[in-house]
Design a protein around this ligand. Structure first.
Ligand code: C2E
Ligand code: MG
Ligand code: MG
Ligand code: MG
Length: 286
């Protein structure tokens, strides 16, 4: 309507922009459909550290898409396409199998327990109801101890049928798999989810962590989330830790685990194995 008011040229301009966006989306969808079979999708692992003694305790599995012409397509872009088109229901289970298979090969760290792997699961995957079966199959194939698998869900993944989500997650937890709430603090009703959906941990969104040194409100919120998690008896993880000072401050406030570019970038499964071998620690928690 606004475009019409602004005249014909303008309308054409908007049409073009729209068409380009639609075309790009369609192109990505077409390309993504065969990407796994062409070997363009791969997993990287970002180490997770225990703040109290800097031990490596696990890693988050992150999907990468290298397209021969488009180059590296960011996960924020292609996961969104995969969600909207339903392709995620095909890709998600493959990610779960790959992550469990990789993690099954990880060595114990300094004589302690081997690290956990946490896998991101999107809203649509949760809603499809196939998650417990896909997880069980992946554990079965890989022989991975369920206690070493974690599932990360965002708050928005619960929106809609919270009771259904709660039942699925409870089913998972009964098998020993743990559940974390990802990007915690960015949703509208994080606290109310915690009442109805059983979780083992919360990951403080990196938008909070980013400014804890300079923004008193962000520090207050981060500190409050840590305190809340502790009194609920669940694990609290900070993501996006980009410098030493943030890490020290999080330690001071009692944060359990941390992840971020200042600690380690996402790496291949083999590089992660090397990191585990180099690390010393007593006992693995979470
Ligand atoms: P997320 O689950 O919140 O993952 C954390 C993201 O933050 C990752 O981006 C990671 O590389 C990035 N990150 C880690 N440390 C830092 C830091 O210190 N600073 C900054 N600026 N960023 C940091 P990535 O790999 O691009 O993934 C983006 C999102 O895509 C993920 O956010 C997740 O929601 C989604 N995603 C990635 N892989 C998968 C997957 O296999 N399945 C599903 N469903 N979603 C995935
Ligand atoms: Mg995550
Ligand atoms: Mg996150
Ligand atoms: Mg995030």
């Amino acid at each position: 309507y606004q475009a019409k008011l602004a005249g014909k040229n303008c309308a054409r301009y908007y049409d073009n922009v729209m068409n380009q966006a639609v075309e790009r989306h369609v192109r990505l969808e077409t390309e993504l459909r065969g990407a796994w079979d062409r070997g363009e999708l791969s997993m990287v692992y970002q180490p997770v550290f225990r703040v109290s003694d800097n031990a490596v305790v696990g890693a988050e599995a992150l999907l990468r898409w290298h397209h021969p012409e488009l180059g590296e397509v960011p996960p924020t872009v292609f996961i969104d396409v995969a969600e909207k088109t339903g392709l995620i229901e095909m890709i998600g289970p493959k990610v779960m199998v790959a992550a469990c298979r990789d993690a099954a090969r990880w060595p114990s760290v300094d004589g302690g327990a081997p690290p956990f792997v946490s896998v991101n699961v999107s809203a649509r995957e949760l809603r499809s109801g196939d998650l417990p079966r896909s997880v069980a199959k992946s554990l079965d194939y890989s022989g991975l101890d369920p206690g070493r698998l974690l599932v990360e869900l965002t708050e928005t993944a619960m929106i809609g049928d919270e009771a259904h989500a709660g039942r699925l997650l409870q089913q998972l937890r009964a098998t020993g798999v743990r559940v974390w709430l990802d990007d915690f603090g960015t949703g509208f009703s994080g606290l109310s989810h915690l009442r109805r959906v059983p979780v083992d941990g919360v990951k403080i969104d990196r938008s909070f962590v980013a400014d804890i040194l300079h923004d008193a409100d962000d520090l207050a919120l981060t500190t409050a989330i840590i305190a809340m998690a502790r009194s609920l008896g669940i694990t609290v993880i900070a993501e996006g830790v980009e410098n030493r000072a943030q890490y020290e401050l999080l330690r001071e406030r009692g944060c359990d685990l941390a992840q971020g570019f200042s600690l380690a970038y996402p790496m291949s499964a083999d590089e992660f194995i090397e990191l585990c071998k180099r690390t010393r620690t007593d006992e693995l928690p979470v």
